[in-house]
Design a protein around this ligand. Structure first.
Ligand SMILES: Cc1ncc(COP(=O)(O)O)c(C=O)c1O
Length: 458
């Protein structure tokens, strides 16, 4: 019998979580306009809204905070992080930013001009919005298998290389100031990208003279999948794979709130000194001086430590098995999920569970609301609310291929029994879906509407 995984840590400090009654949750949800982003965290029992910034720091990270040097310029903590960036990611230049979207904003402001295009396997919502805000066109070119929630394939996050080549040919490389790939592919169900595909993507971009950046929030989980699944990679260490991945790229944008396991922070790392100078100008304008970038010195110390802890193989083995456990428990409870499970989250296939609710009535939003009502579990819709957009020519609304609800797992926070509880709650909801209605928007902003929209039941 295989030995079950165990958490490779013990718990030194606990934070109580609060049960609410169904009547309380009904009132709370109505007050929040059915939008789980608007619910006080105290009213949530198990919070799977995001894995971003919600991880538990280690004793080493907490002690590193005390070493924080809060000098405005040239802080010791900046050099500690610089060493970790060079050691783990392998880039000579970097700037810290307050989080991932700060990194996107300063990099794109230095590169992207109105009318230009930025290809990616699939943009995350803030990455897409940052390109749009500069008048650019974000373009998603993930492999078609990503749209099939049942295909049991190892690297469904890969870039569609033929589509990328065709796109560059059509648009012209001079209109593409930077090309991206996102590892793992959060908006495509957290699926990993193979080393072979990253290498081939780099080759296509570079052959056309286009700088290649990696959106690298979950670089360590992606490397673990490469080690487990890619032929010829099993004998390599995760550290070696990480080095090989970044060796393909001209730089990366990174939200440290994921695989660097901190509560706040991000960075842009790069090889080009000239680009570093341009990014620094943007950084000083929008984030802070080049040696702190909108963070406290102590945050820089915690990221430096977290970058190394994030690539620990015992930790990654547990991390991916923990996520898979939730996926298996959901399937056993009769809940359809996107397969295989990714590294940081399990995605419920709301479109399949709720075929009677059309995409225009947001089945994922309805399901997320029910998971909260049933058991105080907070999740997030990744479907038409987040990604549908109107045809600029006035035609029909374009809906994304899948209506998903993401259950993102904070790092080192919840135990296996917390996850079993979540699966039971979802199973209860799944047994009574026929009566579930869709929702309609009562108000929403134009950009990133999912954060602030209000809804009512149809
Ligand atoms: C792939 C990806 N890119 C960028 C970001 C943005 O990072 P942040 O939330 O730190 O701004 C996220 C956050 O979830 C992400 O998943």
């Amino acid at each position: 019998m295989p030995i079950p995984f165990v958490e490779p840590f013990r718990i030194k400090m606990v934070e109580p979580i609060r049960r609410t009654t169904r009547e309380e949750r009904e009132r709370i949800l109505a007050r929040a306009g059915l939008n789980l982003f608007k619910i006080p965290a105290e009213d949530v029992l198990i919070d799977l809204l995001t894995d971003s910034g919600t991880g538990a720091m280690s004793d080493r990270q907490w002690s590193a905070l005390l070493r924080g040097d809060e000098s405005y310029a040239g802080a010791r903590s900046f050099y500690a992080l610089q060493e970790a960036v060079r050691d783990v990611l392998g880039f000579p230049y970097f700037v810290p930013t307050h989080q991932g979207r700060g990194a996107e904003s300063v990099l794109f402001a230095a590169l992207v001009r109105p009318g230009q295009a930025v290809p990616n396997n699939r943009h995350f919502d803030t990455t897409q919005a940052n390109v749009l805000a500069l008048g650019g066109h974000p373009v998603d070119l993930v492999v078609p298998e990503a749209g099939d929630p049942a295909a049991d394939l190892p690297f469904k996050g890969d870039m569609d290389l033929a589509a990328l080549e065709a796109f560059i040919g059509r648009v012209g490389p001079e209109r593409i100031p930077v090309g991206l790939t996102t590892i793992t592919n959060n908006s495509a169900a957290g699926q990993p990208v193979s080393l072979a595909n990253i290498r081939a993507t780099a080759e296509v971009y570079h052959r056309h003279g286009i700088p290649f950046f990696i959106d690298a929030c979950r670089f360590a989980e992606n490397a673990w999948f490469i080690k487990q699944r890619e032929p010829g990679c099993a004998a390599k260490s995760v550290r070696e794979i990480v080095a090989e991945v970044f060796a393909c790229a001209d730089g990366c944008i990174l939200s440290a709130k994921k695989d660097a396991i901190v509560n706040i922070g991000g960075l842009v790392a790069m090889r080009s000194e000239a680009l570093y100078q341009r990014v620094s100008q943007q950084l000083i304008l929008h984030e802070g001086f080049i040696t702190y970038g909108g963070l406290a010195g102590r945050d820089l110390e915690a990221i430096a430590e977290g970058l190394r802890e994030g690539i620990d193989e015992e930790y990654l083995r547990y991390r991916v098995a923990h996520t898979r456990h939730l996926g298996q428990a959901l399937v056993a409870a009769g809940v359809p999920i996107y397969e295989p499970t990714g590294g940081h989250a399990v995605y419920i296939d709301a479109g399949r569970l709720l075929p009677h609710i059309p995409p225009a009535q947001f089945p994922g939003v309805a399901l997320a609301a029910m998971l909260y009502l049933e058991g105080g579990v907070r999740t997030v819709e990744i479907g038409s609310l987040m990604f549908a957009h109107d045809d600029p020519a006035g035609g029909e609304t374009h809906h994304p291929p899948l209506e998903l609800v993401r259950l993102a797992i904070p790092r080192r926070v919840y135990t296996r029994s917390h996850l079993d509880y979540v699966a039971e709650v979802a199973g209860q909801v799944a047994r009574h879906v026929e009566a579930l209605r869709g929702v309609r928007i009562t108000q929403a902003p134009a950009l990133l509407r999912h954060f602030l929209a209000d809804f009512e039941w149809v």
